[in-house]
Design a protein around this ligand. Structure first.
Ligand code: PLP
Length: 392
């Protein structure tokens, strides 16, 4: 290990998270693990833990990401969520990847291609997010017909992606309706896999009868998405506002709280590489950060290029929370009343500073916090006592 900054990824935690989700939501046949962008930056090696937990399909963004999965598992089906360039079709076939198709133009071009072996495809429906997917029932049914006639194409799935969670907005229900309209020209029951929900919508709504697959993203990484309304006057007002919106949009059956027991698997550490004594009123770092008392500055080899800056507010050093008083591209400066030593371990988040605390301090979502931790931060994968460095 070179730079003393690393993320520790706990594989057992991820495996148990998946087991817990499946045990509480057992009615699906296909549990897709969404592992885009290096498994939400946990390192693609974790696909082995997710598979042990029970995930039986994976989703990635691109062919390159799908190839990364194949380094760790040669058999699991992998769905590429973005339509890929037609020059990559041979690679998709050779590696048994499933591709997304989202327009009749794509189908026509694909059918000109020499499909030398079976190609599995999932049809994407645009139910309202307007990112990718079919918008017209006729184009979808024509595509389905054309694809089904080709002996080397297996239309294995149909899916959509929801833009909202539907707790206080009418769009979740509208999007289901639009999905049903756009797929009305095909027999959904004849399609092996129908998948609509993602983490948040899985836990907030009853299971949809038409679907037998669900795409698990942030929930697998430790976020149950349970919403507990606070007590007191604030809670009362929030409940009132929520119920007013639900009544307005005729929203019923939303499940706010769930009892999923999940844990985050990603902790981040650095260490002290320089120490200096400083006095009250001295300035630190870029900009004017005036010190309020005498103490020490501990410098850490992690900065905003690694995805961590002053907005994180605190780190955990020698059993205390210490304030981040300066940041830069590669280093953070932390204030400590007690004298730290070179080599002292520092937790950026983990057992003592939770990701939820970082979320509150930075106003970033968990998706952004993980995805911002750059690839130059070494990932160490842990499974029980076994530790393994992961190279990107
Ligand atoms: C198509 C698709 N499905 C599922 C997911 C997973 O979403 P989440 O992490 O909210 O479960 C994503 C993530 O961006 C996605 O793009």
């Amino acid at each position: 290990m070179q730079r003393r900054t690393y993320a520790l990824i706990d594989g057992n935690v991820l495996e148990n998270n998946v087991k817990e989700i499946i045990s509480k939501y057992p009615s699906y046949k296909y549990y897709f693990g969404v592992v885009k962008n290096n498994a939400y930056h946990h390192g693609i090696r974790i696909v082995k833990d997710l598979i042990k937990g029970g995930v039986n399909y994976l989703c990635v963004s691109s062919l390159e990401e799908a190839l990364q999965v194949r380094k760790y598992d040669s058999r699991i089906p992998v769905l590429i969520l973005e339509p890929i360039s037609l020059d990559l079709i041979d690679d998709a076939i050779n590696n048994k990847f499933t591709i997304t198709i989202d327009s009749i133009d794509y189908v026509n071009k694909l059918l000109e291609h020499d499909l030398f072996n079976t190609l599995k495809i999932h049809l994407a429906v645009d139910s309202g997010m307007h990112r990718i997917g079919y918008t017209k029932a006729k184009e979808l049914s024509d595509s389905y017909k054309l694809l089904s006639e080709n002996k080397n194409i297996l239309v294995e799935g149909v899916y959509t992606h929801f833009g909202t969670n539907g707790i206080t907005d009418p769009y979740y229900n509208n999007q289901i309706k639009r999905f049903l309209d756009i797929t009305s020209g095909i027999d959904l029951e004849s399609i092996p896999i129908v998948h609509l929900n993602r983490s948040m919508t899985l836990v907030k709504h009853p299971k949809l009868e038409i679907e037998n697959g669900v795409r698990l993203g942030i929930i697998m990484y430790g976020f149950s998405q349970s919403t507990k309304l606070q007590g007191g006057i604030k809670g009362f007002i929030n409940k009132f506002k929520l119920e007013r919106k639900q009544k307005k949009y005729n929203i019923t059956n939303v499940i706010l709280e769930n009892d999923l027991k999940l844990n985050t698997a990603f902790s981040l550490y650095s260490e002290v590489i320089s120490v200096r004594k400083v006095n009250k009123d001295e300035l630190v770092g870029y900009g004017i950060n005036k010190l309020m008392e005498d103490g020490y500055i501990a410098t850490l080899p992690i900065g905003y290029a690694d995805g961590v800056d002053k907005s994180f507010k605190y780190v955990y050093l020698n059993n205390k929370k210490c304030k981040i008083v300066g940041d830069s591209m590669d280093m953070l400066m932390v204030f400590s009343i007690d004298k730290p030593s070179i080599g002292d371990k520092v937790e950026i988040f983990g057992d003592n500073i939770s990701i939820n605390e970082v979320k509150n301090n930075t106003h970033l979502s968990s998706y952004h916090i993980f995805n911002n931790i750059s690839n130059r931060v070494l990932r160490i994968h842990k499974n029980g006592d076994k530790k393994e460095e992961i190279n990107y």
